[in-house]
Ligand binder design. Structure first.
Ligand SMILES: Nc1ncnc2c1ncn2[C@@H]1O[C@H](COP(=O)(O)OP(=O)(O)OP(=O)(O)O)[C@@H](O)[C@H]1O
Ligand SMILES: [Mg+2]
Length: 330
């Protein structure tokens, strides 16, 4: 099937002007226009097919939100090409936004002072949603997102989890073919996160909605995305299956050991020491060559142990490693 999103060599540069302080500085500001050019998105290309649910990952400042803002028509690219569902987002913004949905975890798209239901009704008019479709969609989302207890509450009085559910409903009332999510689970407790994840899956599977999602939460990615893209410093470092990423770069696990007393030589075969502080030592091992229980038995025959924990590297660490060790050069 042909792509629903085509991004080629997309760029966004921001000019950040230097600001001199003080009286002399403010005079200088009048005459000099020195600036630093920030390459927020620096030549990114990818295709997304209809119905895909793709994770767009990367450390803080990588350029994820900037990309989403260009995809949703909020920002005009500095260079490159962008075609989403037949639209150049920023060029036909008015018509375009009535065909996509977007949820930004950091801010609401609803009217702050209006009760939730009135916000939704306003959107019905803005998007020209036929009454029967509106009723049908609202009935569905009300039930799944459990909106009823706060439908008449002003948005500003909602808890974060409630606000996010209302935002999801608002983003999907007009049956968009595409949904862009920028950190939709940020700040939510585990139960609320799980509810949102189930909803994202429902929308993708039942409505066939194509979804691009940014998140810092590994569980979001594990539960939702088959395909992930990783960016850093505005460049695409990885684009492929989550499983491929994990087996390629996430193969290392950590064993954290608290010893009951101090020993001079803590080396054991099959693991390397990455950190040692006080009585705590962190070993790294490759899960394809040795198991945690083998290591633990090697340790316990030689040392007195107080406590143990096995840790999986999180996606953030994996991404950092990929970047710092230059494992993937774009
Ligand atoms: N309006 C702006 N003016 C100047 N610089 C900007 C602007 N918006 C973003 N940037 C810069 O562009 C870079 C990418 O920012 P962006 O918000 O896209 O990162 P992000 O990947 O979403 O990070 P986070 O995970 O922290 O949300 C950062 O260096 C940021 O400071
Ligand atoms: Mg962001």
């Amino acid at each position: 099937m042909s792509a629903i999103i085509t991004v080629s060599n997309l760029q966004k540069y921001f000019k950040v002007y230097h600001h001199h302080r003080g009286i002399i500085g403010s005079v200088r500001n009048l005459f000099t226009h020195e600036y630093t050019l920030i390459h927020a998105v620096d030549g990114i290309s990818f295709d997304i097919r209809p119905g895909e649910l793709v994770g767009y990952l990367g450390p803080n400042g990588a350029g994820k939100s900037t990309t989403i803002k260009m995809l949703t028509g909020l920002l005009v690219p500095t260079g490159g090409d962008l075609l989403v569902n037949g639209f150049v987002p920023w060029r036909s913004r008015q018509e375009y936004v009535s065909r996509i949905g977007a949820v930004f975890g950091q801010r609401t798209t609803l009217w702050w002072d209006l009760p939730v239901i009135e916000s939704l009704e306003l959107l019905q008019h803005i998007y020209h949603i036929p009454p029967d479709r509106f009723d049908e969609n609202l009935a569905e989302f009300r039930q799944i997102l459990e909106l009823d207890p706060f439908l008449n509450t002003p948005v500003r009085s909602l808890s974060l989890g409630q606000r996010m559910r209302a935002d999801f409903c608002a983003a999907l009332l007009h049956n968009p073919a595409l949904l862009f999510l920028d950190e939709p689970t940020i700040g939510l407790d585990v139960v609320a996160k799980e509810r949102i994840r189930q909803f994202i899956l429902h929308v993708n599977r039942e409505h066939g909605t194509t979804i691009l999602l940014t998140t810092h939460d590994l569980s979001d990615v594990e539960k939702l995305c088959d395909r992930v893209m990783i960016i850093d410093k505005g460049r695409l470092l990885f684009d492929g299956a989550l499983e491929a990423l994990k087996s390629q770069f996430g193969g290392k696990r950590e064993l954290v050991v608290d010893f009951a007393e101090s020993y001079s030589d803590l080396t054991i075969p099959g693991a390397t020491i990455t950190r040692s502080e006080g009585l705590r030592t962190v070993y790294q091992f490759d899960r394809n060559t040795v198991t945690a229980s083998e290591l633990i038995s090697r340790l316990s025959t030689r040392f007195r142990l107080h406590d143990l924990a096995v840790r999986e590297p999180d996606i953030e660490t994996t991404i950092r490693r990929i970047y710092e060790e230059k494992l993937l050069e774009p």
